[in-house]
Design a protein around this ligand. Structure first.
Ligand code: BES
Ligand code: ZN
Length: 850
């Protein structure tokens, strides 16, 4: 593995740059011709006599020439080398004609077919499956593309500059790396709108979908328009072409892709009607539309020098889409949701064998590094930077970033330098957040004497693979102090921790304060502080910081759940009463109350127990969590019916945050009622639901108590023809299966005629749900481990990228007992022994193997 690794330290500037690219595609399912004309020029930044290496995979080379002289060199498995001796001294033109087969491309990378349409996915290194090219992000060029096909709609990047029967020509004036190239050809219909930019440029907006889906685009379009306006108002960034196209495709490995002027989306993140999409779907669509649009500046105009710098565009763009969603909805609720995801995905990754820095230093397959660490921790690092330099400093740094690096392929060093230059701060120590993996533990203790309260902090980052020793990081700790009445005696103040151990003094205090530490989750760390249940309940009731208010309830629940698992404790009135007060407090946002009622997840609990030195028993966690829900349901029983009725939405469905929050609280209450009424109200809610949120919400309540079979059948007959809705039908049954029935339910569903395993959404909805059911996946029989491994081995030859991503279900093996560890290791060995194993899955399995 290590011999094929690519290293950041080995970076070399490209030998040649490109002045312009012209491509012609003669589309045919199994024999598409790609004609390329590339104007190369030697790179002055890399003097010397260099061969020109062109990447190319699975290409049939028909002919190639340099300034008209045929190339005699033969391509190898990964590309074509044009020897220095054959290259003219100055600029020259390379032409090539290659043949590719989109119809047999099951990896969904490069040019492929989905549901009869042609589409592309080139990030990170897919362009090399289209033609011979220096497929690296620091080679940027303007593209002209001619598409020849009898498909009615022909699209590529930029503006359409000419068209005729059976062909179209697109010109993208903005130099871009090949990974941002896109082409689409198909029988498509546009949902269209217009936008005028802040400087008065009219932009045509189109969302292209298959006929029949055009009525499901309104929310995505509205999200796009709001994103465009927001980026102008918040970052001063304007769109820069005459048209912005989005295409929805059914077969897509990821969520969506920011190709210049032609975003390609998994149809799951475009198509939505109240009847087919849940509130969570609507929120995801809004966020992903925004994310890909925001890449136009943070990713496309300024791109990455190399793939080690991926967080430069992804961390920043996630940070921007989080800001946007907060502005559109609620900052408090958005922050809680983002931290839930961070802990569930990134802390999990950071605590296991796949831990790596936000900017990795080596990789075998770059597709394996589109991770929670690069994305979510990458966004957290930017949030910390903003807190440290302040809103004004951040705004100045970003202005300087856009001014200084527009049109360039930049690095994390460039990024940090604009902050240093704009604010005068030295960020040398801060940079460790990019180079050191692992989640720091922040231990807090206090002293109180003579009106002086002192906070002692200590930071320790545990070792991670390849990084045994860690250094102190800069940790912004947002702190507030409350008095016994719940009044703020110190408003939120950012302490800057830079040492391994540090103390902060606060004097002239009349009474011993109650601290609210790490407000807004000001750093991606694990805060460890011995806190009494009384103090947590006090903060849950009184903290003026909404994140820490929620966090106090969370900590209370986790402490209790841990004691239930380890000491057979049972839920007492302290927790129940504290939670009941929040649940019924009408002065609080319903969305917040719904989050407060959400019990800690089982995987989260396993992670927490493991971190405190206890081997988690998945079956016990599962049972304890249900017992906890039962106790809460009994305690809240007198209020629940009233809560459900009072939250019914009178008017027509709207997807906006206020209404969604009310539905979330209503469903949280319904889930509790279901535990005491045998499913009466949930069955009624299923029957009367007029939107998908309530339809699947009610169905989930029933499945959770082992009912809902007839509702499942109704659902299937109602939605059998709708791929996206049926994904939910598959997932739900597995997510809510009892632990001992999870593997069997999954196996049964993989035999269902609608289990189209080559479709990534469907594969994920089944096998992803299997690993998402914690107690079912980790059932002591090992059946689920075997079943998942079987399917990874089966999918890998067709779609290595998705197989490799889904193998992360095994990354937590070290948390569990020796028997489960051995079972998982056996499966990893079996995966590694699979004939023809892909580089993608091999790298993942090797990193996870003991
Ligand atoms: N650039 C990525 C898409 C991508 C990822 C392409 C990996 C190739 C390999 C895109 O901007 C992205 O980040 N998409 C996310 C969704 C986003 C909201 C975080 C995705 O697809 O999951
Ligand atoms: Zn992205």
């Amino acid at each position: 593995m290590t011999d094929t690794a690519i290293r950041l330290a080995d970076y070399l500037a490209p030998s040649h740059l490109i002045e312009s690219v012209a491509l012609t595609f003669r589309l045919a399912p199994e024999a598409t011709l790609v004609l390329s004309t590339i104007r190369f020029t030697p790179n002055k930044a890399r003097p010397g006599s260099h061969d020109l290496r062109l990447d190319g995979e699975n290409l049939t080379l028909i002919e190639a020439a340099i300034d008209g002289v045929p190339v005699t060199a033969e391509p190898d498995e990964t590309g074509l080398t044009l020897p220095w001796a054959d290259l003219p001294e100055g600029p020259f033109t390379f032409t090539a004609e290659v043949e590719i087969s989109p119809a047999t491309n099951t990896a969904l990378e490069g040019l492929y077919m989905s549901n009869g349409m042609y589409c592309t996915q080139c990030e990170a290194e897919g362009f090399r499956k289209i033609t011979f090219y220096p497929d690296r992000p620091d080679v940027m060029a303007p593209f002209r593309v001619r598409i020849e096909s009898d498909m009615p709609v022909l699209l590529s990047n930029g503006n359409e500059t000419a068209t005729g029967p059976g062909w179209a020509e697109w010109t993208d004036p903005w130099p871009k790396p090949a990974y941002l190239f896109a082409l689409v050809a198909g029988d498509l219909i546009a949902h269209s709108a217009g936008f005028t930019t802040m400087s008065g440029r009219p932009v045509a907006l189109n969302i292209w979908v298959r006929p029949g889906d055009e009525g499901r685009c309104a929310y995505a379009m509205d999200s796009l328009i709001r994103s465009m306006r927001w980026d102008e108002q918040t970052y001063g960034r304007e769109y820069d072409l005459d048209v912005f196209n989005i295409v929805a495709v059914d077969d897509f490995n990821m969520g969506a892709m920011e190709n210049k002027g032609l975003n390609i989306f998994n149809s799951k993140y475009v198509l939505a009607l109240p009847e087919t999409a849940t509130d969570d779907d609507f929120a995801r669509i809004e966020a992903i539309i925004a994310h890909e649009y925001f890449h136009n500046w943070t990713g496309n105009r300024i791109t990455c020098r190399d793939w080690f710098q991926l967080c430069l565009k992804e961390g920043l763009t996630v940070f921007r889409d989080q800001q946007f969603s907060g502005d559109m909805r609620s900052h408090a609720v958005k922050r809680i949701e983002d931290v839930l995801t961070l802990r569930a995905r990134q802390f999990r990754e950071d605590g296991g064998p796949l831990a790596h820095p936000v900017r990795p230093e080596e990789y075998v397959e770059i597709n394996n590094f589109y991770t929670a660490t690069v994305y979510e921790k990458g966004a957290e690092v930017i949030g910390m930077l903003k807190r440290l330099v302040g809103d004004d400093g951040y705004a100045r740094a970003l202005d300087l970033y856009f001014q200084r690096h527009d049109g360039e392929a930049a690095t994390i060093e460039d990024w940090l330098k604009v902050f240093e230059d704009a604010t005068g701060r030295d960020l040398a120590q801060f940079k460790r957040w990019y180079s050191e993996a692992g989640t720091p533990r922040l231990k807090a203790t206090e002293d109180w004497a003579d009106g002086v309260w002192t906070l002692h902090l200590e930071q320790v980052t545990p070792p991670t693979p390849g990084q045994p020793l860690k250094h102190p990081k800069v940790i912004p700790v947002a702190l507030g102090l409350l008095n016994g009445n719940g009044d703020e005696v110190l408003p939120t103040t950012v302490l800057e921790m830079t040492e391994a151990k540090q103390s902060f003094r606060f004097d002239k205090l009349a009474t011993r304060p109650i601290p609210s530490i790490l407000r807004g989750f000001s750093a991606p760390v694990i805060l460890e502080r011995a806190t009494s249940p009384e103090e947590r309940a006090f903060l849950l009731a009184h903290d003026t910081d909404p994140f820490n208010k929620w966090e106090a309830g969370r900590a209370l629940a986790k402490d209790l759940l841990a004691r239930m698992v380890t000491d057979n404790a049972s839920p007492g009135p302290d927790w129940l009463d504290a939670l009941a007060r929040v649940a019924t407090d009408d002065s609080l946002d319903p969305a917040f109350r719904a989050l407060a009622l959400r019990l800690p997840g089982e995987d989260d609990m396993a992670q927490t127990l493991h971190a405190s030195g206890i081997t988690p028993d998945p079956a016990r966690i599962h049972a304890a969590r249900r017992q906890m829900a039962d106790a809460l349901a009994r305690r809240l029983q007198p209020e629940l019916a009233g809560l459900i009725d009072s939250l019914a939405e009178p008017g027509p469905f709207t997807p906006e945050a206020r209404a969604a929050g009310r539905r979330a609280l209503r469903l949280a209450a319904l889930a509790l009622v279901t535990r005491t009424d045998g499913g009466l109200r949930a069955a009624e809610a299923f029957r009367s639901a007029n939107n998908m949120t309530e339809e699947v919400g009610a169905l989930a309540c029933l499945l959770d108590i082992g009912r809902g079979q007839s509702e499942l059948d109704t659902f299937e007959s109602r939605w059998g023809k709708d791929r996206l809705v049926m994904d939910k039908w598959f997932s739900l049954q597995i997510l809510y299966a009892a632990p001992e029935a999870t593997a069997e339910t999954t196996r049964r569903l993989t035999d269902h005629p609608a289990f189209d395993w080559k479709n990534p959404n469907r594969f994920r909805s089944v096998l992803g749900a299997l690993s998402g059911n914690h107690a079912g996946f980790h059932h002591a029989s090992g059946d689920s481990y075997r079943l998942l491994a079987d399917w990874l081995i089966r999918l890998d030859p067709l779609n290595p990228q998705t197989a490799a991503r889904m193998s992360t279900a095994f990354e937590t093996w070290a948390r569990y007992d020796a028997d489960r560890q051995a079972l998982i290791q056996t499966e990893l060995d079996r995966v590694l022994a699979a004939p023809g194993l892909s580089r993608d899955l091999a790298e993942m399995a090797e990193r996870m193997r003991r």
